[in-house]
Ligand binder design. Structure first.
Ligand code: DX5
Ligand code: ZN
Length: 234
C-alpha cells in the first residue's frame, strides 16, 4: 500500500487523471472490469460508497473493496457518501484505500477528521455538494490534500453536469495554489471536461463517459487528451 507522500507524488505525476467511477462498472464482472481499466492505464480508481442515508442510494462497502484490492495494484480513492464517516474510517484504511474522501455535509468536525485521515498516512479528501458555497470550505483547504467538487447531486451516476460548480474549482485553485489536488465528480464527459480543466482541475471522475463506451482505453485517452489540451491554454 502506498504512503500518503507516494500517493500524492503519483497523483501529481499522472495529472490530468481520468478516475473511473466504479459505481458504473459491471459488478458481475469486477475482475474483468478492473483488468480492462488497468490495461487502459487508469491511474486512480474512484470507489463510490453510499449508505442509503446520506444519499438516497446504496452501493458497496469495505468487504467488496477488500476483494477489489486483491485484483489490482492501481490506487484507490474511497468517496464516502455516508453519514458519520469517522465511525467507519478504520475499515476503509484497513482494506487498502490510499485516499479517503469525506463529505463536508456529513461531518460535524471536518478538521479533526481530515487530520485523523492524514495521521493514518492516507490522502485526505474533502468533498462538497453542488449547493455548498465555496465560502464554507475555503478555510479547510489547507487541511485536505484533495478537494472534490461535486458537479451533480451525489447518489447516482448518469446525471447532467451542473456548470455553476466550475467557479468553485477556479476559486479553490486561486486560493490554494498548485499544491492542492482538485477533482470534479459527476457528469464529466467530452462536453464538460474542458471547462473544468481550464478552471484548474487535476482529477476527473468519470462514470458513464467511460463505462458506457465500448472501449474504456479509447474513452479514457480521449478525455485525458481533452483535459491536457485545455490545461495547455490555461
Ligand atoms: C455520484 C458519484 C459519481 C458518479 C459519476 O454520486 O459520486 O462518482 O458515479 O458517474 P457519472 O460520471 O456517470 O456522473
Ligand atoms: Zn464519486
Amino acid at each position: 500500500m502506498r504512503t500518503r507522500d507516494q500517493m500524492l507524488s503519483e497523483l501529481r505525476a499522472n495529472a490530468p487523471i481520468i478516475a473511473p467511477s466504479m459505481l458504473k462498472c459491471d459488478f458481475g464482472n469486477l475482475h474483468r472490469e478492473l483488468q480492462l481499466l488497468d490495461d487502459a492505464g487508469a491511474a486512480l480508481m474512484h470507489l463510490d460508497v453510499m449508505d442509503g442515508h446520506f444519499v438516497p442510494n446504496l452501493s458497496y462497502g469495505p468487504m467488496v473493496i477488500e476483494r477489489m484490492r486483491n485484483l489490482t495494484r492501481t490506487a484507490f480513492d474511497a468517496h464516502l457518501m455516508i453519514s458519520d464517516p469517522a465511525r467507519y474510517l478504520d475499515e476503509y484504511i484497513r482494506v487498502g484505500c490510499e485516499a479517503i474522501t469525506v463529505h463536508l455535509e456529513a461531518v460535524a468536525d471536518p478538521v479533526s477528521l481530515l487530520r485523523q485521515i492524514r495521521r493514518h498516512n492516507v490522502v485526505a479528501g474533502l468533498a462538497v455538494n453542488p449547493a455548498t458555497p465555496f465560502q464554507q470550505v475555503e478555510h479547510l483547504l489547507t487541511e485536505c490534500d484533495l478537494f472534490l467538487v461535486m458537479s451533480v447531486q451525489p447518489g447516482f451516476g448518469g446525471q447532467r453536469f451542473i456548470p455553476e460548480v466550475v467557479s468553485k474549482i477556479r476559486d479553490a485553485r486561486s486560493v490554494a495554489g498548485q499544491n492542492l489536488i482538485i477533482s470534479v465528480d459527476g457528469g464529466i464527459g467530452k462536453s464538460s471536461i474542458t471547462a473544468c480543466a481550464q478552471a484548474g482541475c487535476d482529477v476527473f471522475v468519470a462514470g458513464s463517459s467511460v463505462f458506457d463506451q465500448p472501449c474504456y482505453s479509447a474513452a479514457i485517452a480521449e478525455l485525458r487528451q481533452l483535459a491536457m489540451d485545455a490545461q495547455a491554454v490555461r
